[in-house]
Design a protein around this ligand. Structure first.
Ligand SMILES: Nc1nc2c(ncn2[C@@H]2O[C@@H]3COP(=O)(O)O[C@H]4[C@@H](O)[C@H](n5cnc6c(=O)[nH]c(N)nc65)O[C@@H]4COP(=O)(O)O[C@H]3[C@H]2O)c(=O)[nH]1
Length: 865
């Protein structure tokens, strides 16, 4: 019977004896085997390759060759390594058996054989072969896996110095298995000296007490490189009850490096390499712990670069990035080793100072930090002058944990910025309360628009020539239920910061336009309404689109809308802003520059922008009648605007003196409490109906009459002077008090002042010096006795006095000099040239003739005997 079952295990019989082959077939096929037969060694090898038998029965003596040699050749084949080969031998002698095993045979059977047992024997051998194959597969998988995992292993028997190291362990150590004994001492040699004691101790406990260990330590590879390994070991007893120690050594160098990299990235800022918020918090907690123990202080400084956004917008992000890197280098260089500089993101840095004894130490360092910004940063061909604001909080007084310390430092930073930047502020309790209030305000502001809590007031602007209302400015108010009206200065900055200014700004624009249309519909003359736009609106919205849509929606003529921008708007990217302003101009609206003089706008920049009106900030107006500087700045702004063909509106006009000053210098319009506070829409309507306007004497007049101011503490002299001059048609103002004289000058357009030399409260020279500074166009005459001439020579030479009259006077000559003085004033008035680039008007309008002395000889020049 021939077994053709293809799944049946194949047995190859190689024997020249046909009878033996037949008996094998007859015996095995009924047992479920398939038998392939060949007669000689070479055919046997060919059949082996063809049929891949599960087992080979091989005769020892064949005519075609020796069975031992055939066995050897079969074993040499890759496919023949593990196949059971059973030698069939007629010689049951020891030598043949030994030769058979030597040639690689698995077993032998002596002829004549017991055929009945052959099947059992073959099955047994096949089971053994299968187990061996599985073992070999498992072994190679294990080796492969160990290589992949860089996992080596070792084994020692207690009491024996030599043991076993796997190939991978040799590879990890970089050692040659052929010439390196697998001893524990050799393993130890590869461990750096500082880590050897730990390993020895662990190994000893394992050996003596059976305590398993798991350690990470370093190993020095044979090539000298340092590797990190995870080393784990435990002990066991083998079947003979001997103690066996087994361990694995895994090379985790790569994982360690990646872990290190991940940890670095998680704790450092990628741009500057400085610690980030994460690491900073850790360090802060540690520093506070230590400070508690040593009773010292920790200071946290929060830094924000002033105008960093301007650098980014105008010089590009790569310059911005280089700047941040340069700042981090300077900050690190400014501090001690134990201190920390971290970057929180953007242009925010934190400096943490440890081991401080007093807050004053932190103050010194804060000053030092400001000092490190003095030198410009030379970056990509630009010299950037940067400053920073610093908020400081101190542990333990200002916070018990990292988060609260950063919060209080932030509050202090806010205060430093409010103080004008480029300075530092320490946190105080009052500041904290203010910050909390701010936070509360911020929450409430989110609801304000939805709850209809916002409203608009309007402040009239008045034309100084006609005295009539020429427009209004819309000013927002927040009426908080249960609290009252909150002024915009308190909530607009918050709205700016949070972005709420965008919806609020849109609402203001719509409400103001609608109100202007409503006034017109009620029959009032069409007056323009001005609306403030914030810098953030320009950055984040398409302002031109929004304005166009609002004009369409409300039906307001574009010429009746004025948009007020602050200088901070102009500090944004030049090209973008110029483009937006041109788009707005193309719509037909008016553009005015608010709070002019408080920012950084330069004349050359302004002249390229389509600005119609410059608003002079109220901070200049406040001291315009008392401070030479205030007066000079305001004059300069008016003159500059005039030269650029822009109109001027002065804000915050509260007194007649300020108004007179503005008229004298030909400002176009005013806005301020002197005329009206901001009022409601209906109140504006009432003012328009009533034709409310500036009183006649407050308007700008061209030269109508000559006003003369006489100042003398002696009333009788004043009367005599008045009598001498009253025929000439002057408006004569008299006062015995120099302070009152300044007030009169502020309120009246005086052309000539005559002042006595000796007065108890202020000398005539001091008064005229002030007049020169405040009103350089007024012609200044000093009145004195003969004997005083010598002492006032220098003053005359300095130019504070332009004419000099002596007492008693010749009436005709007095009249003549006063008339000449007025002619001179009027000449100057008619030719006041526009001022350029902030130059003071003095040089232009003061006639610097040598002083003329009436009645006596010329005073002697400085240095003359
Ligand atoms: N001391 C004094 N002050 C005077 C006088 N005349 C007017 N003022 C005040 O000066 C401010 C003029 O407005 P601003 O410079 O545009 O300054 C405004 C403006 O920058 C901002 N603001 C107001 N409304 C809005 C708005 O709707 N949107 C935006 N973005 N900002 C607004 O808030 C600032 C303050 O507004 P207000 O508190 O209404 O304060 C107003 C006004 O009430 C005066 O004679 N003396």
């Amino acid at each position: 019977m021939i077994n053709r079952n293809s799944d049946a295990p194949v047995v190859l019989i190689v024997d020249d004896d046909a009878m033996t082959r037949l008996l094998v077939v007859e015996t095995l096929e009924p047992e479920g085997f398939r038998v392939e037969e060949t007669e000689g060694p070479q055919e046997g090898i060919d059949a082996f390759l063809r049929h891949r038998p599960a087992l080979v029965l091989l005769d020892v003596e064949m005519p075609g060759g020796d069975g031992f040699e055939c066995c050897r050749r079969l074993r040499a084949l890759p496919e023949g390594r593990l196949v059971p080969i059973v030698m069939l031998t007629g010689n049951d002698d020891d030598e043949s058996i030994a030769r058979a095993f030597d040639a690689g045979a698995t077993d032998f059977v002596s002829k004549p054989m017991r055929w009945k047992l052959l099947g059992y024997r073959i099955r047994y051998l096949l089971r053994g072969a299968a187990t061996l194959e599985k073992l070999a597969t498992a072994q190679s998988s294990l080796t492969y896996a160990q290589t992949l995992a860089h996992l080596g292993n070792w084994e020692y028997q207690a009491g024996r110095p030599d043991g076993y190291w796997s190939p991978e362990l040799y590879r990890i150590l970089g050692l040659d298995p052929e010439c390196t004994p697998a001893t524990f001492d050799r393993l130890l040699q590869s461990v750096p000296a500082d880590e050897q004691p730990l390993l020895i101790q662990s190994f000893t406990s394992l050996r003596t007490e059976g305590t398993a260990f798991s350690l990470e330590h370093r190993l020095i590879h044979a090539d000298g490189t340092e590797h990190h390994v995870l080393h784990q070991a435990e002990s066991d007893r083998d079947p003979s009850r001997a103690i066996v120690l087994r361990g694995i050594v895994q090379d985790i160098t790569e994982r360690k490096m990646q872990q290190g990299r991940i940890e670095y990235l998680a704790n450092h800022d990628a741009l500057t390499g400085l610690p980030n918020r994460n690491l900073l918090s850790d360090r802060m907690e540690q520093a506070m712990l230590q400070a508690r123990r040593t009773r010292q202080l920790v200071a946290v400084m929060l830094l924000d670069l002033d105008r960093f956004k301007y650098v980014n917008d105008n010089f590009g992000h790569s310059v911005g990035d280089s700047l941040l890197q340069a700042v981090s280098v300077r900050l690190k260089a400014a501090l001690r080793d134990g201190d920390t500089v971290a970057r929180l993101g953007g242009d925010e840095f934190v400096v943490m100072l440890v081991n401080l004894r007093a807050s004053a130490d932190a103050e010194k360092i804060a000053r030092h930090i400001l000092g490190t910004f003095v030198a410009p940063f030379a970056l990509e061909g630009h010299d950037l002058h940067m400053t920073t604001s610093v908020g400081v909080s101190v542990y333990p007084a200002d916070g018990a944990d990292a988060e609260s310390l950063l919060k209080t430092a932030d509050a202090a930073l806010y205060c430093a910025k409010e103080r004008g930047r480029n300075c530092y502020s320490f946190y105080t309790r009052e500041l904290g309360t203010r910050v909390e209030e701010q936070a509360e305000l911020e929450n409430a502001l989110h609801q304000a628009l939805a709850n209809n809590e916002l409203e608009l007031h309007y402040q009239p602007k008045v034309d100084l020539k006609t005295g009539q209302i020429s427009g209004v400015e819309a000013l927002i108010r927040w009426r908080r239920p249960g609290i009252g009206v909150i002024p915009p200065d308190r909530f607009i900055p918050i709205a700016e910061e949070t972005g709420l200014i965008l919806p609020i700004g849109e609402w203001v624009l719509r409400a103001a336009c609608a109100q202007a249309v409503a006034w017109h519909r009620e029959g009032h003359p069409p007056i323009p309404v001005a609306v403030n736009l914030s810098a953030r609106q320009f950055r984040q919205q398409n302002v031109a689109d929004m304005v166009r849509a609002t004009l369409e929606e409300t039906g307001l003529a574009p010429a009746r809308l004025e948009l007020e921008l602050t200088e901070s708007v102009l500090m944004q990217d030049r090209n973008t802003i110029a483009h937006t302003l041109r788009e707005l101009k193309a719509l037909g609206v008016m553009l005015s520059l608010d709070d002019f003089g408080t920012g950084y706008s330069s004349l050359s920049y302004l002249k390229d922008l389509p600005i119609d009106v410059v608003k002079i900030d109220k901070s200049f107006l406040s001291d315009v009648t008392t401070s030479a500087e205030g007066a000079s700045l305001t004059r300069s702004i008016i003159a500059m605007a005039e030269s650029l063909h822009m109109a001027t509106v002065a804000e915050g006009v509260e007194t007649e003196g300020q108004l007179s000053f503005l008229n004298r210098h030909r400002c176009h319009a005013m806005q301020g409490y002197y005329f009206s506070h901001p009022v409601t829409g209906p109140e504006i309507a009432e003012m328009l109906s009533a034709g409310t306007e500036l009183p006649e004497h407050c308007r700008r007049r061209e030269l109508l009459h000559r006003t003369l101011l006489l100042v003398d503490d002696d009333r009788s002299i004043l009367q005599m002077l008045g009598r001498s001059l009253n025929r000439d048609g002057y408006e004569i103002l008299c006062t015995t008090n120099p302070d009152e004289a300044l007030d009169l000058l502020a309120r009246h357009r005086v052309g000539v002042i005559v002042s006595d030399f000796r007065m108890p409260s202020l000398s005539g020279i001091d008064l005229l010096q002030k007049v020169k500074a405040l009103y350089p166009d007024i012609v200044r005459i000093l009145l004195s006795g003969y004997t005083e001439v010598q002492s006032i020579t220098d003053t005359i030479n300095e130019g504070s006095v332009q004419k000099f009259l002596t007492k008693p006077w010749d009436v005709a000559l007095l009249r003549q000099h006063i008339a000449e003085a007025f002619q001179r004033f009027e000449r100057g008035y008619a030719t006041v040239p526009p001022l350029h680039d902030g130059k003071d008007a003095d040089a232009a309008c003061v006639d610097v003739h040598p002083p003329r002395i009436t009645h006596i000889e010329e005073p002697r020049r400085r240095g003359q005997a």
